[in-house]
Design a protein around this ligand. Structure first.
Ligand SMILES: [Fe+2]
Ligand SMILES: [Fe+2]
Length: 249
């Protein structure tokens, strides 16, 4: 390896049980697997299922389990914590935020649960923010930290999604601002490969695997099913994030 970390980032798989959806997701996993020798980790930033049912969670676990790179997951607003935890995490059914952390290849990944049960918008609880602080404190200042959650904590010029984004973001920005070793934030939810700044650092939204959501000038309706599935490949060169986007036809 070159010393540069490579992160495959996918989001919004929305497993439904439909064979066509399953094939579309599986093609993305295959795309990653075919390049696994160059990839350090895969992060999946939520809406892994469409309704959060046990059957959808089981199918999602099977599809994601086929990945041949270390994989880190968080729920989105379409997932349900107890079922998600049982099928895709450690097996414990819980209504508590599903925050997890992992150090992979010398990089700390904070997988933060921004969901609010029963709602489509997002929020990181005070407890989740305290958890972030405690996790960052366990590594040295020379360890890069990548923060991941489902809901973008900033507007994206997408009126529908902006209405159900992550709120309370000033508190998150304060946490990130206290730690110079945080390199940026990765999220999903918007179903649109997008980059902006948050807390003075990159905020990268993964393209949607299941479908793309339109910008206001891209025609009637919100969902665009003609676009192919997408994936983001992030490189971490020291503390600098470099992102390339790919489609999976
Ligand atoms: Fe989604
Ligand atoms: Fe979402």
């Amino acid at each position: 390896m070159s010393g540069v970390t490579v992160i495959a980032h996918i989001s919004d798989l929305h497993v439904t049980g439909d064979p066509a959806r399953r094939a579309r997701i599986r093609a993305v996993i295959d795309h990653v697997n075919d390049r696994a020798a160059g990839i350090d980790v895969m992060v999946v930033t939520g809406d892994i299922t469409d309704d959060g049912t046990p059957a959808q969670c089981a199918e999602a676990a099977e599809i994601i389990g086929a990945a041949r790179v270390p994989t880190l997951v968080i729920p989105g607003n379409h997932d349900r914590r107890p079922e998600f935890s049982r099928a895709l995490l450690d097996g414990a059914a819980t209504d508590l935020p599903l925050n997890r952390s992992a150090v992979v290849g010398g990089v700390l990944y904070l997988m933060c649960d921004s969901t609010i049960p029963g709602r489509d918008d997002g929020w990181l609880s005070d407890g989740s923010l305290e958890w972030m602080e405690s996790q960052i404190a366990t590594v040295g200042a020379d360890t890069p930290v990548v923060v991941c959650f489902h809901h973008p904590p900033a507007t994206l010029q997408m009126p529908f999604m902006d209405g159900i984004r992550q709120i309370g973001e000033d508190r998150l920005a304060e946490v990130i601002g206290r730690h110079p070793n945080v390199v940026g934030s990765l999220c999903g939810h918007a179903h649109s490969g997008a980059v902006t700044a948050f807390a003075g650092l990159p905020l990268v939204v993964a393209p949607g695997v299941s479908a793309t959501l339109k910008l206001p000038f891209e025609g009637e309706g919100i969902v665009d099913t003609t676009q192919p599935a997408g994936i983001a490949f992030h490189h971490l060169d020291g503390f600098r994030l470099i992102t390339h986007f790919r489609v999976v036809v």
